[in-house]
Design a protein around this ligand. Structure first.
Ligand code: G3P
Ligand code: CA
Length: 258
């Protein structure tokens, strides 16, 4: 911790997190997409967590399975077995037919393996929706079981969900997501024990000094979801600590050429 919420030190480049993995080359939030982002230059992935009916954390963005699988219904109304019987790849391309909805556990296992191999990959995990303390505990227990607390940042649009994380285990870094910045974002982050704020580019551009204020408070700032060179360039000029992008590969190449 210390500088910029511990996300980077001064002079160090902003990190790049692949939004739902690398969703341009494989179906979003499936192991091939997540692994592609982990294998990229930054080894950093962003993904979304939901609970199945039988309370198993799985990785999917939408509340409904309809867009990204061949099934229908809510994630929370399906058991893990029902969910994993679905095809989560054919909608994207025939090459990925038969790809399954991954559990959080399979991602944590990949993180653990990367650390064992000396690579130290990272994940920005987003709790989708509103979670109770007991539900949050299921995720925290898995993070402990795989000993990857230093490799993850837990995030949510719901500050109460983040509060539950703090109650269960205050040592796991947390970031608060907000599309618009309140007048005092530092206060918001401190109130919920977040090390960083994840927000939109528009919010930061509307308040020229906000990045400085956040940094002077020892906190970090991450922007979502930036996909063009114009946006990347402006985000780096603003001095943000991390960029979430659908094109981690391109952004990585572009940044290393700068
Ligand atoms: O991390 C913030 C970003 O992922 C939130 O947007 O809808 O893609 O989960 P969404
Ligand atoms: Ca997300």
């Amino acid at each position: 911790s210390g500088w910029f919420g511990g996300l980077r030190s001064p002079g160090e480049a902003a990190f790049i997190a692949g939004h739902r993995g690398d969703r341009t080359i494989a179906p979003e939030n499936t192991m091939p997409a997540l692994q592609a982002a982990l294998d990229g230059p930054m080894g950093f992935v962003e993904t979304d967590i939901q609970l199945t009916k039988d309370r198993v954390p799985v990785l999917m963005h939408d509340t409904w399975v309809d867009r990204t699988t061949n099934g229908e219904g809510r994630v929370g109304d399906l058991t893990l077995a029902q969910l994993q019987a679905l095809d989560a790849g054919a909608w994207f391309s025939p090459e990925f037919a038969g790809t399954r909805v991954p559990t959080l556990e399979s991602l944590l296992s990949a993180l653990q393996a990367s650390e064992a191999a000396g690579a130290g990959k990272k994940a920005l995990l987003e709790f989708k929706g509103f979670w109770t303390t007991d539900e949050v505990r299921i995720v925290v227990d898995l993070i402990r079981q795989y000993a990857v607390a230093r490799l993850v940042i837990l995030s949510s649009f719901d500050p109460v969900t983040l509060q539950h994380v703090e109650e269960v285990d205050g040592t796991i870094p947390r970031a608060i997501i907000t599309a618009k910045l309140p007048s005092d974002p530092v206060r918001l982050a401190r109130l919920y024990g977040a090390i960083a704020i994840i927000t939109s580019q528009a919010a930061v551009e509307a308040d020229r000094w906000v990045v400085d204020r956040i940094h002077r408070a020892g906190l970090g700032i991450i922007l979502y979801t930036l996909n063009t060179k114009e946006r990347w360039s402006s985000a780096l000029d603003l001095g943000v600590d991390g960029i979430i992008t659908d094109r981690p590969d391109r952004l990585g190449t572009w940044m290393s050429a700068k």
